[in-house]
Design a protein around this ligand. Structure first.
Ligand code: NAD
Length: 342
């Protein structure tokens, strides 16, 4: 199966790298608009570059970077495109993908209507089987859904109230802020994240507020969850422990209490790009009071959606019908073990 990745930024480069580690799909190439360092590294790694239009060819030629062809050349050869272009650009490409009868995965920056399904492996893998257009929800929504679908399956979730403390920009971005403020996002809550969760869990009573803070490392979520049934703290921990895509972080044992230390941990573990594909739940924050559960979780925004993109490819191309098997294959290829390993 041949896969094209359109947009080779924060998400696209990671998804392309992950595709290269699968044995049932091939990275056909990537689409780039700028002949920058990322293009240079792609060429060094033997990845074929395609460009959106004739106007880009000259720019690449001037920098001595070989281009294999136009996006349309690639679309006539591939089975599926992972669109990782900036928010709202993916929707503009949809007509082109349709014209070439190529299946497409869109990212969370696109509106849900762009696709037939908003996707999270732990929640609705089966619904993505054979679909033509799927949207892998955003990093924050992926983090929320991994937790909520796991808890819903194990115990039942009735109501969620959450505050999302969002990173201002990705580490590579130099034009975004704030650099000295905490910004209400939006000033009139709720934030869109709860609404987005409902695209996958429509019956859930969820309300989210969000603020943006001057950091680039991770998001941090503070959640108050009303469970359907009484459950002990031990039962909740064991339900979370069973899922490889959720890591419990024992802050006492590791002497860790910040996202900065988590990133340092990823560095010391030798993880590629310091990435945490897993949702990181702060174990010591888990408190149960009757049916009410409180906890704090961290989301590495650059990496968390990568496994779901690979799973979505498998579902849409029917490379694997069983969600557990599909997840297992992706996890194995990316070194996701459910434990703090490299
Ligand atoms: P990015 O800006 O890092 O990467 C986008 C890439 O697409 C860039 O390399 C850009 O040059 C390229 N591009 C721009 N216009 C293009 C065009 N017309 N055709 C082809 N390529 C084009 O963006 P990103 O952070 O990787 O985000 C991509 C998508 O993933 C968005 O929908 C975003 O909301 C979503 N997402 C981002 C994050 C995150 O934290 N960065 C997390 C989850 C989901």
């Amino acid at each position: 199966m041949r896969i094209l990745v359109n947009g080779f930024g924060t998400i696209g480069k990671r998804v392309a790298w992950a595709i290269m580690r699968q044995d049932d799909m091939d990275l056909y190439g990537i689409v780039k608009t700028k002949p920058d360092y990322a293009a240079w590294i792609a060429v060094k790694n033997g990845i074929d570059i395609y460009v959106p239009g004739e106007e880009h060819l000259k720019m690449f030629e001037e920098k001595g970077l070989p281009v294999k062809g136009l996006i349309t050349d690639a679309l006539s050869k591939v089975d599926l495109v992972v669109d990782a272009t900036p928010a709202k650009i993916g929707a503009k490409y949809k007509e082109l993908y349709k014209q070439y009868s190529v299946k497409a995965i869109f990212q969370g920056g696109e509106k849900p209507e762009v696709a037939q399904l908003s996707f999270n492996t732990l929640c609705n893998y089966e619904q993505a089987l054979g679909k033509d257009y799927v949207r892998v929800v955003s990093c924050n929504t992926t983090g929320l859904l991994r937790l909520l679908c796991t808890l819903d399956r194990a115990i039942g979730v009735e109501k969620v109230r959450a505050l999302l403390v969002r990173r201002a920009a990705d580490p590579k971005e130099i034009k975004k802020g704030p650099i000295n403020a905490i910004v209400l996002d939006p000033p009139n809550p709720p934030s869109h994240h709860g609404v987005d969760v409902k695209t996958v869990m429509p019956k859930l009573d969820i309300l989210t507020y969000a603020v943006v803070v001057p950091t680039t490392l991770m998001h941090m979520h503070y959640l108050v969850i009303t469970l359907r049934d009484y459950a002990s703290r031990a039962k909740i921990i064991s339900a979370l422990e069973e899922v490889s895509r959720i890591l419990l972080v024992d802050s006492s044992k590791l002497s860790i209490k910040s996202t900065a230390e988590l990133v340092e941990l990823a560095r010391d573990l030798g993880r590629p790009r310091n990435d945490f594909y897993e949702l990181l739940v702060w174990e010591n924050s888990i408190t149960v009071n009757g049916k009410e559960l409180m906890l704090v979780q961290s989301v590495h925004q650059e990496a968390i959606v990568v496994p779901e993109n690979i799973d979505a490819i498998r579902a849409m191309l029917r490379l694997e019908e069983d969600p557990v098997e599909a997840m297992h294959k992706t996890d194995k290829s990316l070194g996701i073990t459910g434990r703090l390993t490299n």
